[in-house]
Design a protein around this ligand. Structure first.
Ligand SMILES: C[S@@+](CC[C@H](N)C(=O)[O-])C[C@H]1O[C@@H](n2cnc3c(N)ncnc32)[C@H](O)[C@@H]1O
Length: 287
């Protein structure tokens, strides 16, 4: 791959999915895109990049974008966000939404579904929410991982990562070498393909947004824009949950951290101290 090809691909991916490809990720590009080239009957990566550059084949372009996503996930990943859900967000919402008895949650980069299903399992197990209508929307840019999420089937390895054994026994049944999630839990989650770079109009409003482990792949400007759009669809007393390596600090003044609750944010109160945006050169990130 020539430097020009790499640079074209980097611009293409940034514009399509926000992915900010670091210079040292050439090996990743080759590993992920060579199979796409083969499947499309193209000789090599150079031919694939030329095809993207010159043709209007939307499916091929989408296949490239999708192949470059990283879809790592696990049940109750990083534990703390789910403890915060149980101990901070649900108690607050039980009070604040007592009249409506309705909760709207969005998992904005849901991948193969472990995150929205972890929340669905918590909701089902939480007697405080009996009689509440809890809507969980799971979205992702990558169709193939969403299909896996919708199916709700997980390997032995996947159910062993973070899922408490009592939940496995109670809500999953073993079918051959996979574990299938109970349909009543699967039906608690709505799935929709959604690109975080697109307009949020039409998504509705949410009480809680989980947007975890996706902003790390974006450049500063894209992170700031996405955070601004999330602020626009979050209820004024709602919560934003970010991944362990993500923060709003230095990116936006629309959110403020919830004190002593790692990764948890709320809409900044009017007049709250504006968080200065650090100079671009100060950012070090990788794809
Ligand atoms: C590492 S996974 C995170 C999954 C889950 N949130 C977690 O923390 O376990 C990142 C997901 O973000 C999705 N993604 C990447 N770019 C996106 C975009 N522009 N819009 C929506 N989803 C995107 C990827 O397809 C991938 O499934």
């Amino acid at each position: 791959m020539t430097p020009q090809d790499f640079s074209f691909l980097r611009d293409f991916l940034r514009s399509q999915s926000g992915l900010d490809l670091a210079d040292d990720k050439r090996y990743l590009v080759e590993a992920r895109l060579t199979p796409i080239a083969r499947r499309a009957g193209l000789a090599d990566l150079t031919a694939l990049i030329n095809a993207i550059r010159t043709s209007a084949d939307a499916r091929l372009k989408y296949a490239v974008v999708e192949a470059m996503t990283t879809n790592e996930s696990s049940f109750f990943r990083d534990r703390v966000p789910f403890e915060n859900f149980r101990d901070v967000m649900v108690p607050r919402m039980l009070q604040a939404r007592a009249a409506r008895r309705e909760l709207r949650i969005w998992c904005a980069a849901a991948s193969t579904g472990q995150e929205p299903y972890s929340l669905a399992l918590m909701v089902r197990e939480d007697s405080r929410l009996n009689g509440w209508r809890v809507d969980i929307l799971a979205t992702d840019i990558a169709e193939s991982v969403m299909e896996r999420g919708k199916a709700g089937t997980y390997s032995q390895f996947e159910v062993q990562r973070g899922l408490p054994i009592q939940l496995l026994v109670k809500y999953f049944s073993q079918k051959g070498d996979v574990w299938e999630l109970d349909p009543t839990i699967r039906r608690m989650v709505r799935w929709q393909k959604f690109n975080l770079l697109s307009s949020f109009a039409g998504l509705g409003r949410f009480d809680i947004v989980f947007c975890r482990n996706v902003l790390i792949y974006f450049d500063r400007q894209t992170k700031a824009e996405v955070l601004g759009r999330i602020a626009g669809i979050l209820e004024p007393d709602g919560y934003l949950v970010l991944g362990a390596a993500e923060t709003v600090v230095g990116l936006t003044d629309r959110f403020q951290p919830v004190p002593d609750k790692r990764g948890l944010y709320q809409i900044a109160a009017p007049g709250a101290q504006v968080v200065p945006i650090a100079p671009l050169a100060a950012t070090m990130r990788s794809a």
